[in-house]
Design a protein around this ligand. Structure first.
Ligand SMILES: Nc1nc2c(c(=O)[nH]1)N[C@H]1C(S)=C(S)[C@@H](COP(=O)(O)OP(=O)(O)OC[C@H]3O[C@@H](n4cnc5c(=O)[nH]c(N)nc54)[C@H](O)[C@@H]3O)O[C@H]1N2
Ligand SMILES: Nc1nc2c(c(=O)[nH]1)N[C@H]1C(S)=C(S)[C@@H](COP(=O)(O)OP(=O)(O)OC[C@H]3O[C@@H](n4cnc5c(=O)[nH]c(N)nc54)[C@H](O)[C@@H]3O)O[C@H]1N2
Ligand SMILES: [Mo]
Length: 779
């Protein structure tokens, strides 16, 4: 094997690679030599850098350009575009920003721009966009994530802080040393731990789990899908109905209480409000004791399994791991809350190898030791607009300006948005009920998008500004979630007329007279050096040494020192609850939350509880008998690199596979490899059936990420020919507490589909060339 270690490095959320470039063309990406478990996702770049869907010049939607003054012509995703010069594009965007600011004020600009964008500390699209918008008077922003909004909000009440607890569960070293049992609700799928936001130099999860197994840790997988825990771990599989996890945890809690296995001393010293919860558990008010038998009926698993599990959990050092997916369902606040309470009853929170983990497997960072450093980020400046929405309420906002909603104890109303500006995310990937989003998307007067590929979002924008990929720019990967710091190199020239997001925004800021404020007088390379040097100062104050910038650049990477005795985020509180109290009203774990109890209208009980979802197998109608899980794709990150080889080779007959149990397939007359239509009242998508006994009967699974290829249906909904499951998912808030997304609560019908349908997801739009321009879109 040849030595690649002299090749330049690049970094992505899913890995670090060395780039092999000949005559300006990217020939190969070799995994970083220090990564024990590299991801194949990055290979998609070999295609995506310069394929027919690469956006090569600024472009304006023709119907928008022609009809601007008499209202917006529908954004269909099939519109023609006109290629324009950067000069024209900048003028148009500046004109629109000015018009909207003057006529409606800055809150009429929606700049939330949610999305994962690319790794790299400086060229982070959202940070750049937010700084730019703040230079011109601000924007309406979004709060919390699609990943786990409900978890973020509930933990802020129960633990006072979410981030630290979510990202610092028991580190792997401590698991293999001290843990006896991991009970994983929603599993710990290795496919998801390929990724960690900000960049992944060292894939740690497989190794962490393997070491735990070798050390004798046992695993229980509570999930509709067996493979959510890797087969090499030999987990016990409890195939529970989706949405029933809180009921199971209540059943476990009841069993623990009845046997007096709970830790009263812990509950007394470290928690508040247990009594009120215990009354609910016993059914004091509603007359329903939340027994193992009660839970077994809801989850459709044997009562004896719940009893046995309660006993095992009480007898050994146990970690309860709760997948982030459980927060993306109706009442998604409850699973994190209930898991915390169950762990508190066991009394092991903060002890080495015990307690609660918010999502092992959901990202490589979870369980990876957290490096005790706060690195520098691009300063965002101040946003003079204080309006915001919970991130997943975008369709509600666009459709119902001025209407009221509740969020986290507040009564709020939606702003009236006239201009949407998006860089580094893809709402036509991430949002639920795309029929509804398509209607909402007609509301703004102007949509501006930066992206590098003609995906469903770019095709639905009015002004499209082509950005570079990380392979076309220098940057640094530096994040407290990974041990490596990487000097990312520009390995190919910007394709076509693509510009870095920073340069695009610098051009606009010049046009709008705020260039000096936006750039602070620094060039991109000066900014990168500044970010590194500031980070180095922060690191040193936490006792972590980074080399000077030039030595770092010369070597290309640096491995930071790891904490000698890594601990979870609860350890200090456990040692000294008075000296290191939680940031809650009581300073303790709030089993009953005083802040939620004080909310007007009480959207939920002040302690965790089971609420029957509107969409789950317990209420399935004959017409829509299957529960659809639309989980993260193994072969890409969301919709990123769907156009590339890794993702394309995982498709079946060009479409997203639909995992279905053989017994269900037989019942519905579906054969392996059939084209199927997955549908409900909200919409439909096509998929290719894949029979698999590792999924429980009644549940079907499709991964997200297929680029939307929408065709309007007679009933006004859309059908995606390519397999985007957000055509059928429900757009509703988890509850009035967090208003998070509920993608995983979704009932559908599945049937064989016999019409022949082409797939046009990867066709670029028709692009008209203007005037005397010489640069042309190379297809
Ligand atoms: N049904 C269902 N839906 C879901 C989920 C689910 O479980 N089920 N999961 C949800 C979750 S957890 C999440 S986090 C979201 C993810 O949703 P997103 O983060 O919006 O998805 P991505 O495909 O990562 O979008 C990133 C976009 O940024 C572009 N991009 C990449 N690099 C750059 C850059 O440097 N500059 C610019 N300007 N653009 C760039 C990419 O081409 C892509 O279009 O999806 C959510 N949607
Ligand atoms: N390769 C890859 N990795 C990724 C991503 C990606 O796009 N690609 N996205 C990243 C992002 S942004 C995020 S937020 C994380 C998300 O990480 P998770 O939220 O953990 O991801 P999911 O894949 O949606 O769900 C994990 C499993 O939960 C199970 N599940 C769903 N509903 C239920 C339920 O009601 N009960 C139980 N017990 N189990 C259920 C499903 O079987 C599913 O396989 O993944 C990250 N990792
Ligand atoms: Mo996410």
């Amino acid at each position: 094997m040849s030595d690649h270690t002299r090749l330049p490095l690049t970094a992505a959320h899913w890995g670090v690679y060395r780039a092999d470039v000949t005559d300006g063309k990217l020939e190969a990406l070799h995994p970083f030599e220090h990564d024990p478990d590299p991801s194949p996702i990055g290979q998609g770049y070999l295609d995506a850098i310069d394929d027919p869907v690469r956006i090569k010049t600024p472009a304006v939607r023709k119907a928008w350009l022609d009809n601007r003054s008499d209202g917006v012509a529908a954004r269909t995703g099939r519109d023609a575009f006109v290629e324009v010069s950067w000069e024209t594009a900048e003028k148009l965007v500046a004109e629109e920003l000015n018009r909207v600011r003057e006529e409606h004020g800055n809150q009429a600009i929606y700049g939330g721009s949610y999305g994962w964008s690319s790794a790299g500390r400086f060229h982070h699209a959202q940070s750049q966009l937010h700084r730019f918008l703040n230079c011109i008077g601000g924007y309406t922003r979004s709060v919390n994530s699609y990943s786990l909004a409900a978890g973020e909000v509930i933990l802020s009440h129960v633990l006072g802080d979410a981030t630290a607890f979510i990202h610092s569960p028991q580190p792997w070293q401590s698991v293999s040393k001290h843990t006896g049992l991991i009970v994983a609700f929603g599993g710990m799928p290795l496919r998801n731990s390929q990724v960690s936001s900000g960049g992944t130099g060292y894939h740690r999860t497989r190794e962490g789990l393997r070491q735990a197994k070798e050390a004798g840790v046992s695993f229980v997988n509570v999930s509709p899908i067996r493979s959510d825990v890797s087969s090499e771990l030999g987990a016990t599989w409890l195939a529970a109905r989706p949405g029933s996890d809180v009921a199971i945890m209540l059943g476990l809690a009841h069993e623990i209480m009845s046997n007096n296995w709970h830790d009263n001393a812990f509950l007394e010293r470290y928690t508040s409000g247990f009594q009120e919860f215990a009354e609910y558990l016993a059914g004091a008010k509603d007359g329903v004791a939340k027994t193992a038998a009660w839970a077994a009926e809801i989850a459709q698993i044997p009562e004896s399994e719940i009893r046995l599990l309660a006993k095992r959990m009480s007898a050994t050092r146990t970690i309860i791991s709760i997948s982030w997916s459980l927060t993306r369902q109706e009442h998604g606040e409850q699973p994190f809350w209930m898991a915390t309470v169950l762990a508190a009853m066991l009394g092991q929170i903060g002890l080495p190898g015990g307690g609660v983990a918010y999502g092992y497997g959901a990202a490589n960072s979870v369980g990876n030791e957290r490096f005790p450093v706060r690195y520098a980020a691009l300063p965002q400046l101040k946003n003079p607009v204080d309006d915001f929405i919970p991130v997943a309420r975008i369709s509600d906002m666009l459709l119902n300006p001025g209407s009221e909603y509740r969020f986290n104890g507040e009564r709020r109303s939606y702003p009236d948005i006239r201009l949407v500006y998006w860089a580094g995310g893809n709402p036509f990937h991430h949002h639920q009920d795309l029929t509804r989003l398509s209607a909402a998307w007609q509301k703004p007067e102007t949509v501006v998008v930066h992206d590098y590929c003609w995906n469903a979002l770019a095709k639905r924008a009015d002004i499209v500004l082509p950005c570079t990929t990380p392979l076309e720019r220098d940057d640094i990967m530096i994040t407290p979630r990974d041990r490596f710091v990487i000097a990312m190199k520009a390995v190919v020239s910007p394709v076509g007329e693509a510009r870095d997001d920073h340069d695009i925004l610098r051009g606009l800021s010049r046009e709008l007279g705020v260039e000096e404020t936006f750039t602070d007088g620094k060039s991109a390379s000066e900014w990168i050096k500044w970010l590194y040097s500031e980070s180095r100062i922060h690191a040193l104050s936490s006792g972590v040494e980074l080399p000077d910038f030039d030595s770092f650049l010369a070597k290309g990477w640096h491995e930071t020192e790891r904490p000698k005795v890594p601990e979870d985020a609860f350890a200090a509180f456990r040692r000294d609850p008075a000296g290191s109290p939680l940031k809650t009203p009581s300073g303790k774990i709030e089993i009953t939350s005083t802040s939620i109890a004080a909310f007007e209208d009480n959207p939920v009980l002040p302690h965790p509880a089971w609420y029957e979802p509107e969409e789950w197998l317990g209420r399935a109608e004959k017409r829509f008998p299957y529960h659809l899980i639309s989980s993260q794709p193994a072969d890409k990150l969301h919709s990123q690199l769907d156009q590339g080889r890794t993702s394309r080779s995982a498709k079946l007959k060009g479409r997203t596979p639909l995992q279905i149990h053989p017994a269900d397939a037989e019942r519905s007359g579906i054969a392996d490899g059939d084209c199927v239509r997955v549908h409900n009242r909200r919409g439909a998508c096509l998929a290719t059936a894949k029979l698999d006994a590792d999924i429980m009967p009644g549940v079907v699974q499709m991964s997200t990420g297929a680029w939307l290829d929408a065709v309007p249906q007679k009933n006004g909904t859309i059908l995606c020919r390519h397999g985007n499951p957000n055509t059928v998912t429900r757009d509703a808030g988890t509850s009035e507490l967090a208003q998070g997304p509920v993608a995983h609560s979704c009932l559908v019908a599945v049937e064989t589909y016999r019409q022949d349908e082409s797939i046009e997801a990867f066709e670029p739009p028709v692009i008209e060339r203007q005037g005397t321009r010489t640069v042309s879109q190379k297809v």
